[in-house]
Ligand binder design. Structure first.
Ligand code: GLN
Length: 189
């Protein structure tokens, strides 16, 4: 049975744990460096990227996150987690940037008017439309050469992957359409 951690500092943690358990995964809350032991994969959830970034620093989790990444364990950043995983220089301050996937992001990129919305995505690797909820979501402005784009909304990139790292601007745990979470679980070897 796969063991998947959900970084439990701030944000949509409980929803990910419930969704993963519904998928039959051994899902655990991750708050300390010790909690990383035995994990096959990690989800960095949506929430407030500034808050999560600050708490990563305060809890001293940056090194263990970087080691996890270097060991090529599967990492899934959703929404705020996407922002934190990026190499973005313009919108993400140095202390938040984990740099796991080469891309520039636009925080709250869909603007105030349509801050939150639901749509159906064409998602590369999934052979049907995926129900997707966006909440004050970022989008991906540009990606590096090793990044594969997986989905777009109005020509804005909203999902991508590079090696062991998957990111989506939407919240895959908030509907009962678990296709993207299943896609992530398949990345875990
Ligand atoms: N707007 C948030 C941020 O910039 C992300 C929103 C979310 O994770 N749902 O961090």
């Amino acid at each position: 049975n796969k063991v998947v951690g959900v970084l439990d500092l701030q944000g949509a943690v409980a929803e990910h744990l419930i969704a993963l358990r519904n998928l039959g995964v051994n899902a655990v809350s991750v708050k300390t460096a010790e909690d990383f032991v035995g994990l096959d994969g990690l989800i960095i959830p949506g929430g407030e990227s500034t808050a999560i970034g600050r708490l990563i620093r305060e809890q001293g989790l940056e090194d263990v996150l970087r080691t996890f990444y270097q060991e090529e364990k599967a990492i899934f950043g959703t929404c705020a987690g996407l922002i934190l995983c990026s190499t973005d220089k313009s919108h993400v301050t140095e202390d938040l940037r984990l740099g796991f996937i080469e891309m520039e992001v636009e925080r709250n990129g869909f603007g105030r008017q349509i801050a939150s919305f639901e749509t159906y995505l064409d998602f590369s690797g999934i052979d049907r439309k995926v129900e997707a909820v966006f909440i004050r979501a970022p989008y991906i402005e540009s990606v590096g050469p090793k990044v594969k784009v997986l989905a777009t909304v109005d020509q804005k990139i909203v999902a991508a992957e590079q090696g062991n790292v998957l990111v989506t601007a939407h919240h895959p745990e908030l509907t009962e359409d678990y296709a993207v979470l299943t896609y992530f679980l398949e990345k875990i070897v």
